[in-house]
Design a protein around this ligand. Structure first.
Ligand code: HSE
Length: 438
């Protein structure tokens, strides 16, 4: 059978990696797909730029629309990233009857509903394994491997840059800015690194995971997103002392009232496997009612790990090219007319445990005032840590409190009242704490 002809948009890190993997593993890929897969047309912004791959035999152009309009091609791989042009190109490719493979998490999280609807009309596939956690086949695992389960919750380290920063801060006592600069040099960080450190990149990926886990439409704008920029080396140290590790987690949980969809720094018990996922590595913990906890670990970024997911999608697309569209795996795991309208819960309604750090005046009754406020809000304390005053300081002392689970709304009220005490220096540092057990 003739090889399937593919067009590639973007010849950067992931595009170059994709060409390399497809070329190097051509025989293995053909044995799996049943046909060869050949990139014959590719676009790049700068044709003179040195590449990590050999582009011999590929027609190159600066105009990506030339590729999506090429009638010879059956599949378009979108690896240019960004939003408006990527959306236009993907929709054009679909309108031209082509299947699409993309690694663009922002595009899927924000415009996936529109893109999948268009694909459905045209009977084409849009595959996006590389959009979440790079090389980890987490989309396939949740969508197919766990299809027998009612997924209860998932929690993931889904931004390598953030995890690298937190790991270096903990292990080497390095400063936030210094580690971020290194992550950028190594090519892990997004073009706009605030996407990494403010949790936006993780929220894109979490939005996609929640949709395929619970069968809900993509709702990026309802995700709660908090970054890691306020975490100090002291917080990292206090958490360790109390038996926890700080990870920037994306958490999606099904509750009776709706779906929790939240990205924030989280203390987790240091013995949990996922607490030991360090550096740029990613991991996703998925709790299914039948299977129990499952943990997926691997490289979340980089040329070949991400290419691994792109090529797997290409193989999937090629295998099902001739299948009736109704008999393919649905884009969001559940049949499009069976998506649920469960609401995404506002953060105030989320229930979790907490880490609080405050700077308290060192005199009688201060801690009693704080614990009274917590008690008034029905907040139960799990542990308290008070450090000695620093020599030459203002005589105030850091106090760290871990609480049991409570609604965020009640914690907000408690923090508001603690900050109004006058004996506690505002702001109170708050992080969520999750045990991730059942
Ligand atoms: N900036 C992302 C990360 C790249 O650090 O994980 C992969 O999506």
């Amino acid at each position: 059978m003739n090889p399937v002809k593919v067009g590639l948009l973007g010849l950067g890190t992931v595009g170059g990696g994709t060409v390399k993997v497809l070329t190097r593993n051509a025989q293995e890929i053909m044995r799996r797909a049943g046909r060869g897969i050949e990139i014959v047309h590719a676009s790049a912004r700068d044709l003179g730029k040195p590449r990590i791959c050999d582009t011999t035999g590929i027609t190159l152009t600066q105009d990506p629309f030339e590729v999506v309009n090429n009638p010879e091609l059956q599949v378009i791989v979108e690896l240019i990233g960004g939003m408006d042009q990527a959306r236009e190109l993907v929709l054009r490719a679909i309108a031209n009857g082509k299947h699409v493979v993309t690694a663009n998490k922002a595009l899927i999280a924000k415009h996936g509903n529109e893109i999948f609807a268009a694909a459905r009309v045209k009977g084409v596939m849009v595959a996006f394994e590389a959009a979440v956690a790079g090389g980890i086949p987490i989309i396939k695992a949740i969508r197919e491997g766990l299809a027998g389960n009612r997924i209860e919750w998932l929690a993931g380290i889904i931004n390598g840059t953030g995890n690298f920063i937190l790991t270096e801060m903990r292990d080497k006592g390095r400063d936030f800015a210094d580690v971020l600069a290194e992550a950028q040099r190594l090519g892990y960080a997004e073009a706009d690194p605030t996407f990494d450190v403010e949790g936006i990149d993780a929220a894109h990926k979490l939005t996609i995971l929640a949709s395929i886990a619970f069968g809900i439409p993509l709702q990026f704008d309802k995700a709660y997103t908090e970054g890691i920029t306020r975490i100090t080396r002291q917080d990292v140290g206090y958490a360790e002392k109390l038996g926890y590790r700080i990870k920037h987690l994306g958490i999606a949980r099904r509750t009776a009232e709706g779906i929790e969809l939240r990205v924030h720094p989280t203390l987790i018990p240091h013995r949990r496997l996922i607490a030991n996922v360090d550096g740029v590595m990613n991991a996703v913990l998925v709790q299914g009612d039948a299977v129990g906890p499952t943990l997926f670990y691997g490289a979340g970024a980089g040329a070949e790990p991400t290419a691994s997911a792109v090529v797997a999608d290409l193989v999937d697309v090629v295998r099902t090219l001739t299948a009736d569209p109704e008999n393919r795996v649905p884009h969001l795991a559940f049949q499009p007319d069976a998506l649920s309208d469960l609401p995404i819960l506002p953060m105030e309604k989320v229930e979790t445990a907490y880490y609080l750090r405050m700077q308290a005046q060192d005199r009688p009754g201060v801690l009693a005032d704080v614990t009274r406020i917590l008690a008034d809000q029905s907040i139960s304390i799990e542990a308290i840590l008070q450090k000695a005053p620093v020599n030459g300081g203002d005589g105030s002392v850091p106090v760290v409190i871990l609480t049991h689970r409570i609604r965020e709304q009640q914690m907000n009220e408690a923090i508001r009242r603690i900050e109004a005490l006058g004996t506690i220096a505002a702001p109170v540092m708050r992080m969520r704490l999750e045990h991730l057990a059942k």
